[in-house]
Design a protein around this ligand. Structure first.
Ligand SMILES: Nc1ncnc2c1ncn2[C@@H]1O[C@H](COP(=O)(O)OP(=O)(O)OP(=O)(O)O)[C@@H](O)[C@H]1O
Length: 455
């Protein structure tokens, strides 16, 4: 780990002697001003973190040159003077540059100041190198995580991947259902075939049949050419039916038939097609409740859930929360050839938050913090949903807490994610509350997902 560099300009021999124990301190590198060049020039040329300067009246010109450079804000300063008033020095100290120690010199205080500085510097270096260039987490397919629950999930997925069982994935929005579906596909014998993902809630009710099963030219007004449905597109591979509970009931029956017979007929066609497709479905809802509310057919549930897989919400994967944050940061650093770190305080804030938006929210939060931080992500760089909208946003319905200057698209995304989390991922209710169509909501979520995937 790099050690801090301290520039020293002490002229009086008596002071040099007094400081000998301080200057013998280990854990930092002292660079002394030479007689060959003016002290201010030497300091401007040196790449140091702190300057320890004995100030005398004849140094004001040099100090003025320092003040007009960028250096004052970039360095920590400790001045030792004989107590003579010095306007230039006062100006620098009043701007918050550091310490001005007057006689009698308190060596203990000077030692403490240097100790604090070295401790802060070291903490910063630790934070910078806090495993942000490496990821510590295990990975299975596209899924990252080492927590007990994730490891259990990996084992189950490995077993189920190679069977032809239909899988129903359950879990909150942003918990990783699509990633699980895709990983199942990649780990299966069908991995040379296509993986087609469909948002059932975004299908327009009039076109569900045509979207799923395709149509032939002239099947209906506007059917100007043959159209391949999702089943045909997924032939030989996996069809992922996301938000399957949002599919209109009438179409759920048709889906059930295909799952039972492995046959379907494109709209307007006389020819039955064979479906060689593995269906993996997902829902944010509790299927039992959806069945009770009569929006999800029980027989379809049993058909789809030959193998139910429950994805735990991020807040139940305690061991993974901080690991995932570092993972996303490490990947971003590798991509951008940067070394942005994360402070222990920021990691605590991440660990303590309840992540209603799950992994998606965490990933997006790190992405924003990466952009905001200069070198180390601090707690104030982490913009959480609750920071945007407040926990009591709904109750207070107050817009006053929204900080000025937030890009509108960020605000839209925060509103969507907060509302989705509040509604346990139910997109219909979310769209209704936000006053947008389900289709618009899906389009936005798809865009956010694509943005996230570029991380
Ligand atoms: N275990 C994980 N490892 C790495 N990234 C993950 C993990 N889980 C989720 N993600 C990331 O979080 C985001 C959301 O994941 P995904 O789309 O799979 O969630 P989802 O449950 O299908 O969400 P929704 O219900 O809103 O469709 C994606 O950017 C994904 O890459």
């Amino acid at each position: 780990m790099p050690i801090p560099k301290i520039f020293v300009h002490i002229q009086k021999d008596t002071l040099k002697k007094q400081l000998s124990s301080v200057l013998a301190r280990k854990g930092c590198h002292f660079i002394y001003a030479s007689e060959d060049e003016p002290w201010d020039q030497a300091l401007l040329n040196a790449d140091v973190h702190l300057a320890l300067i004995e100030m005398t009246g004849d140094m004001s010109a040099g100090l003025n040159r320092i003040i007009s450079s960028r250096l004052p804000g970039e360095l920590e300063w400790v001045f030792i003077s004989d107590g003579q008033p010095n306007v230039t020095l006062d100006k620098l100290i009043r701007s918050g540059a550091g310490f001005h120690l007057r006689p009698p010199l308190d060596l203990k205080l000077l030692q403490e100041v240097l100790d604090d500085f070295i401790a802060d510097y070291t903490a910063l270096q630790v934070a910078r190198s806090e495993q942000v260039t490496i990821s510590e987490l295990d990975q299975f397919g596209l899924l990252v995580g080492s927590s007990k629950v994730m490891r259990k999930l990996y084992r189950t997925m490995r077993k189920v991947a190679n069977s032809e069982a239909q899988v129903l994935i359950m879990g909150e929005s942003g918990a990783g259902k699509e990633l699980v579906a895709h990983t199942l596909h990649l780990s299966s014998n069908r991995n040379n075939g296509p993986f087609i993902a469909v948002n059932c809630g975004a299908l327009s009710p009039e076109l569900v049949d045509s979207e799923l099963f395709g149509h032939i030219k002239g099947a209906f007004t506007g059917a100007v050419k043959d159209h391949q449905g999702f089943f045909a597109q997924a032939e030989g591979g996996t069809l992922f039916l996301d938000e399957v509970t949002e599919m209109p009931l009438a179409h759920q029956v048709k889906l059930l038939r295909v799952l039972e017979n492995r046959e379907y007929r494109p709209v307007g066609s006389q020819h039955i097609q064979q479906a060689n497709v593995r269906v993996v479905a997902a829902t944010n809802r509790n299927p039992a409740e959806a069945i009770e509310q009569e929006i999800f057919r029980e027989d379809l549930y049993f058909r789809l859930a030959q193998f139910p897989l429950m994805i735990p919400p991020l807040r139940e994967r305690d061991d993974d929360i901080v690991g995932l944050a570092k993972h996303f940061l490490a990947y971003r650093n590798a991509q951008e050839l940067t070394e942005i770190g994360i402070s222990p305080e920021a990691l605590s804030k991440i660990a303590d938050y309840h992540w209603p938006g799950n992994v998606r929210e965490l990933k997006h939060c790190i992405e924003r913090a990466y952009i905001l931080a200069d070198d180390v992500i601090q707690p104030h760089h982490l913009q959480l949903q609750q920071d945007f909208l407040g926990d009591g946003y709904k109750q207070n319905a107050s817009l006053e807490n929204i900080p000025a200057g937030i890009p509108l698209e960020d605000l839209t995304r925060a509103a969507i994610e907060a509302t989705l989390a509040e509604n346990q991922g139910n997109r219909k209710t979310t769209a209704d509350q936000l006053g947008i169509s389900v289709k618009t909501l899906y389009n936005k979520l798809e865009k956010y997902q694509q943005d996230d995937e570029q991380i």
